[in-house]
Ligand binder design. Structure first.
Ligand code: PEP
Length: 249
């Protein structure tokens, strides 16, 4: 009932010419996808990628955005800038933004509200660090992160957002949560959503992210709570990303 969504997060990789080559290779490989396919790219790649994906089933995403509509925020991008560049999705609160750029739950919430207001679909990242899992805080932490991020949205709006459960210890490390760990924590996130937004919890799509790749995607995606993947490293090669998109092949 929930359409799976596989999104690539290219991070700070691919110049415009490299982006064009990657997405050109990807278009025919994923044309038959049964799930939603998104590539979240650096902003300098939007024009090159938009041109190639026009009329295809691939959607464009950004990796971050500011919450203000415009103004003196050197280096930042607004929702309107993303929209006009053909962007439909935007990753918010990625752990790298939280770790290296001072992103907080409060600013993730401001960005989420601005994205939804502008008609963008946020991909809101939540997840625990290794020491937090070991201390037994995972469920409380992801509940808190999720509810702060969504605060101020209506149930109808919440139903349309995407949440990515990304255990920080699994990102770019080659370590993956087990299928059961990922399913269990995503179930906790869904129940957190249900506690405030009721049945919207059955519609909101919750991805797993953290070293998801062609080898482990089938098992993860077979879990009932997991509605997709946010893919870092494996999204940088068209063949690998296509295999994740075809997770049930
Ligand atoms: C990510 O950055 O969102 C991610 C999941 O990265 P990786 O797949 O490389 O772990």
């Amino acid at each position: 009932m929930r359409t799976p969504i596989i999104a690539g997060n290219w991070k700070m990789n691919k110049t415009p010419s490299e982006a064009k080559a990657l997405v050109s290779a990807l278009v025919p490989l994923v044309a038959d996808a049964k799930c939603d396919v998104v590539v979240c790219t650096p902003a300098v790649d939007f024009a090159a990628v938009s041109e190639v994906i026009k009329g295809t089933n691939i959607k464009l995403g950004a990796e971050n955005m500011h919450w203000k509509e415009s103004g003196a925020f050197t280096g930042e991008l607004s929702a309107a800038m993303l929209k006009e560049s053909g962007v439909e999705y935007v990753i918010l609160g990625h752990s790298e933004r939280r770790q290296y750029f001072g992103e907080t739950d409060a600013t993730v919430n401001l960005r989420t509200l601005a994205a939804v207001k502008a008609g963008l679909t946020p991909i809101i990242c939540v997840g625990e660090k290794k020491e937090e899992r070991e201390a037994g805080y995972t469920n409380a932490l992801v509940t808190y992160q999720t509810l702060i991020a969504l605060s101020g949205l209506t149930a109808e709006q919440v139903a349309k957002v995407v949440i990515a459960y990304e255990p920080v210890w699994a990102i770019g490390t080659g370590l993956t949560a087990t299928d059961e760990q990922a399913n269990e924590t995503i179930g906790v996130i869904r129940e957190a959503v249900r506690s405030v937004y009721g049945d919207a919890a059955d519609e909101v799509r919750i991805q797993y992210g953290g070293s998801m790749n062609p080898k482990n995607c089938k098992g993860l995606m077979a879990q009932p709570e997991i509605d997709g993947g946010l893919i870092g490293g494996a999204s940088l090669k068209a063949e690998d990303f296509s295999k994740v998109v075809h997770f049930d092949a």
